[in-house]
Design a protein around this ligand. Structure first.
Ligand code: URP
Ligand code: ZN
Ligand code: ZN
Length: 484
């Protein structure tokens, strides 16, 4: 063995136990007592957890209107590693007129030589042409990009219901997972037009312009469409109790419907959008922040398993003319980039407020930090767990360390953190990726560019019954051969 992590408490999504972890050639080769090797890390009093997998983040990505995220694969991956992650899956965004494979090539050029941790991409599909659906998406799946996101809102990105059905059908046929940004575009436009016409342009009106009803309607429609063709669906960044309840109901009926929520919906509220001057712009994201009662409801859904994923939705736009204030200090909420940073604080927030405060178990934490993402995005058991044969992607946590969040301690390219001043207990100390120490005691010790692209498999949906609409079943539709 090259390396042994000794004397720690190992936790997976199911078990916690005292064991040494033996590593050779970047993989875990032994779990046992009294292991030894030439190099040893003493983890006495510490937790030895699978490295986090950040499954929703926007890195080196242009928005449809041209704004670039502040983080690239170097700063984004470094920031992720300091936050206890040893793998991340940012988006590769197709904009209209771009080919799918052209999009992947562009993101390859952005990621190669830059990342300190392993990475994959989810595609964003905004232009589902015949070629994209018939040739390019299958080619993308074959090269290990087995998930992709679509939008039901944003004028330059949204797809209509017919396109959504086409896309879901392709995903179903190839065993890929569709992710959806579920908000009703018409409600948002209708509300925004009226607010702006009355001069209500301050950041706080962003929350009013994206009402809960917009998310609830779109989640309901997305679930209906996915269930109609029996395609698995991941509803990302769910922000409402009612939206989560729709997911829970569909899951109870055996549908292959999954959901994600994000720290901002548990730790911030729409009152943050009402901070003085333009400060509220720092807290603008879509779907928007809700209220304290919704925070409690989302915690309940997290506890009960409605949410398989807890991701940061790190979408870093600086609070200056390169980001949030690109249209000037008096910009209307409609002109301000949506999104906020959080890639480094996702796990410390969940550990401190979830595990330390007794809301979730350590094993639930591990599932939400890494294992569920690895399973749903086709990386398990190579990543997302501590088991013989798995990549030695490991985060060693000090569960007692208490720190106050400050911008000065962040490693991203941002000029603010929405979590400034929060005091959190439990922090990652040492993060390994394929057996190599990336971060140790507050220092970066790995070389940008060492991170590798992870070709992901098709997710395994065995155990989720699913079932398509009777009108698509030749035994029940008078023999019509409609192959979804
Ligand atoms: O406001 C957000 N969440 N911006 C990032 C893009 C997205 O929709 O996830
Ligand atoms: Zn989204
Ligand atoms: Zn996002």
């Amino acid at each position: 063995m090259d390396l042994v992590i000794k004397n720690g408490t190992v936790a997976t999504a199911s078990d916690s136990f005292r064991a040494d972890v033996g590593i050779r050639d970047g993989r875990i080769v032994a779990l046992g007592e009294g292991l030894s090797a030439t190099r040893e890390i003493d983890a006495t009093g510490r937790l030895v957890l699978p490295g986090g997998i950040e499954a929703h983040c926007h890195i080196a990505q242009e928005s449809a209107t041209g704004g670039m995220t502040a983080d690239d694969y170097r700063s984004g991956s470094i920031s992720a590693a300091f936050g206890g992650n040893s793998c991340f899956v940012p988006f590769a965004a197709q904009h209209r007129g771009m080919g799918v494979l052209e999009t992947l090539a562009l993101y390859d050029s952005r990621a190669e030589g830059a990342s300190v941790i392993d990475y994959g991409y989810h595609l964003i599909i905004t232009d589902p042409t015949e070629k994209a659906l018939g040739e390019e998406l299958p080619a993308a799946f074959a090269r290990g990009v087995t998930s992709f996101k679509v939008f039901m809102t944003y004028d330059l990105m949204k797809i209509d219901d017919t396109q959504f059905l086409d896309i879901l059908s392709v995903a179903r046929r190839h065993g890929a997972l569709t992710m959806v940004h579920a908000e009703n575009s018409g409600i948002i436009r209708w509300m925004s037009d009226r607010l702006v016409a009355k001069g209500h342009t301050a950041p706080r009106y962003h929350a009013i312009s994206h009402p809960a009803a917009a998310e609830i309607e779109a989640i309901n429609r997305a679930i209906t469409l996915a269930r109609f063709v029996d395609a698995p669906l991941m509803i990302v960044h769910v922000s409402t109790d009612e939206g989560a309840a729709l997911v829970a109901g569909a899951r109870l009926e055996g549908a292959r419907i999954f959901a994600e929520t994000c720290p901002q919906y548990l730790f911030l509220t729409r009152d943050d959008l009402d901070r003085p001057g333009m400060e509220g712009a720092k807290f603008m994201c879509s779907p928007p922040l809700r209220d304290a009662a919704t925070q409690q409801a989302l915690w309940r859904h997290l506890q009960l398993g409605t949410f398989s994923l807890f991701s940061s939705d790190h979408a870093p736009y600086r609070f200056d003319a390169s980001g949030k204030l690109a249209k000037g200090p008096g910009a209307s909420f409609r002109q301000i980039a949506n999104g906020m940073p959080g890639i480094a604080l996702r796990l410390p927030l969940l550990f401190s407020e979830g595990v330390r405060k007794g809301r979730i178990t350590l094993n639930q934490f591990v599932a939400l930090a890494a294992t569920n993402a690895a399973k749903l995005y086709g990386m398990h058991p190579r990543k997302g767990t501590i088991a013989i044969g798995a990549d030695a992607d490991i985060a060693i946590w000090d569960p007692e360390e208490t720190r106050t969040v400050t911008l000065a301690d962040q490693h991203d390219n941002m000029d603010y953190t929405p979590y400034e001043g929060m005091t959190l207990t439990g922090w990652p100390v040492t993060v390994l990726s394929r057996g190599e120490v990336v971060v140790d005691a507050g220092r970066l010790v790995a070389r940008p560019g060492r991170g590798r692209f992870v070709a992901r498999a098709r997710p395994d949906f065995t155990g989720y019954p699913g079932g398509r609409a009777p009108e698509l079943d030749p035994a029940r539709n008078f023999g019509a051969e409609i192959d979804p």
